[in-house]
Design a protein around this ligand. Structure first.
Ligand SMILES: NC(=O)C1=CN([C@@H]2O[C@H](COP(=O)(O)OP(=O)(O)OC[C@H]3O[C@@H](n4cnc5c(N)ncnc54)[C@H](O)[C@@H]3O)[C@@H](O)[C@H]2O)[C@@H](O)CC1
Ligand SMILES: Nc1ncnc2c1ncn2[C@@H]1O[C@H](COP(=O)(O)OP(=O)(O)O)[C@@H](O)[C@H]1O
Ligand SMILES: [Mg+2]
Length: 279
């Protein structure tokens, strides 16, 4: 097991080059938020923007459009039932998130299957929340080579079949090898698994994060960081650490880490971590 702390990541934070432009930092598509869970789509997409994603599009239920526009002017919008537009967006995306607040009904399933069928093979794909539940319930085989699952322990129980009380690194690793995907197993000191590789443990995070929406925000942070470095494993590690480390800064002064406040703080922590690199 490799413990991940601030010192271990010191030289690895991406720094923006002078001749870069928005296209240098990814075209990110977030497919999230049904009519009940619109907030999940807002949290995921705003986290992607605040963590430095170049161009972020949210494909969501149409009822969320006004709320998204009034919260987050930077994000572009798509109706997630407009499959022609979704197909075109998937074709040009360099990073996709599916699942936060997607719901688990027949429409949600149709959207998930469409995304799995049309995402480009080279594009990193973060699968979270409702999408994990749908994959477990309907026993959907995910063959996408660049997949990152981000389950909490209950979602991991559903996906892997390992009961929460029985979850341990050796059983988790075997399930990850079978899945052939990265897995960010979220809890206190979150673990990051990849097939046939020693797992990493994030030495940051706190119980102030135990509030609805923290994981939705994580998906956006991860996909934004994956779009700023060359390696998938590094992007996932940096994103997961940045999320928890930012939460720790807030938790020093606030008893609950509200996800929207964590998100607003991301550019500051990112700058601070970059500066350590430049010292
Ligand atoms: N503002 C919003 O729109 C929100 C939307 N959300 C979405 O709602 C959908 C349902 O997600 P939920 O996670 O609430 O529902 P789930 O039913 O998947 O999981 C929650 C249950 O798992 C239990 N659990 C056990 N171990 C856990 C662990 N380590 N971490 C978290 N929970 C653990 C919890 O106590 C709870 O009973 C997802 O698509 C999610 O993205 C939630 O993120 C909440 C906020
Ligand atoms: N007690 C805790 N200690 C550290 N981190 C926690 C704790 N509880 C929750 N978290 C973090 O908060 C996030 C919760 O994710 P998730 O349960 O998917 O939330 P949601 O679906 O409501 O957005 C994860 O990143 C998890 O690691
Ligand atoms: Mg979640």
């Amino acid at each position: 097991m490799l413990k991940i702390n601030q010192d271990g990541l010191n030289n690895l934070w991406p720094v923006r080059s002078n001749d870069s432009h928005k296209g240098s930092y990814g075209r990110i598509l977030i497919v999230a938020g049904n009519d009940q869970y619109g907030g999940a789509g807002i949290l995921s997409s705003s986290a992607a923007v605040y963590a430095g994603g170049g161009l972020v599009t949210l494909a969501t239920d149409k009822t969320n459009f006004t709320a998204v526009r009034s919260t987050l002017a930077e994000v572009m919008l798509l109706d997630f039932l407009d499959f022609d537009a979704l197909k075109a967006a998937l074709k040009k995306s360099t990073g996709v998130v599916i699942g936060p607040g997607l719901g688990t009904n027949a429409t949600s399933l149709k959207i998930l299957k469409f995304v799995l069928d049309h995402v480009q093979p080279q594009t990193p794909l973060v699968i979270d929340g409702s999408a994990i539940d749908l994959i477990a319930t309907h026993q959907i085989q995910v063959d996408h080579p660049q997949t990152i699952f981000t389950p909490h322990q209950m979602e991991w129980q559903r996906l892997s079949g390992i009961k929460i009380v029985d979850q341990n690194p050796s059983l988790n690793q075997r399930a990850v090898d079978r899945l052939k995907a990265m897995v960010v197993l979220k809890h206190y000191e979150t673990e990051i698994y990849a097939p046939h590789t020693d797992f990493r443990q994030i030495m940051a995070g706190n119980p102030g994060m135990a509030t609805g929406g923290s994981g939705d925000a994580l998906t956006g942070v991860i996909i934004a960081l994956v779009n700023q470095v060359d390696s998938l494993a590094l992007g996932v590690t940096l994103g997961t650490f940045l999320h928890s480390y930012t939460a720790d800064q807030i938790y020093q002064k606030e008893a609950v880490v509200l996800p929207h406040r964590l998100i607003r703080r991301l550019p500051f922590t990112l700058k601070q971590l970059q500066k350590n690199k430049l010292l």
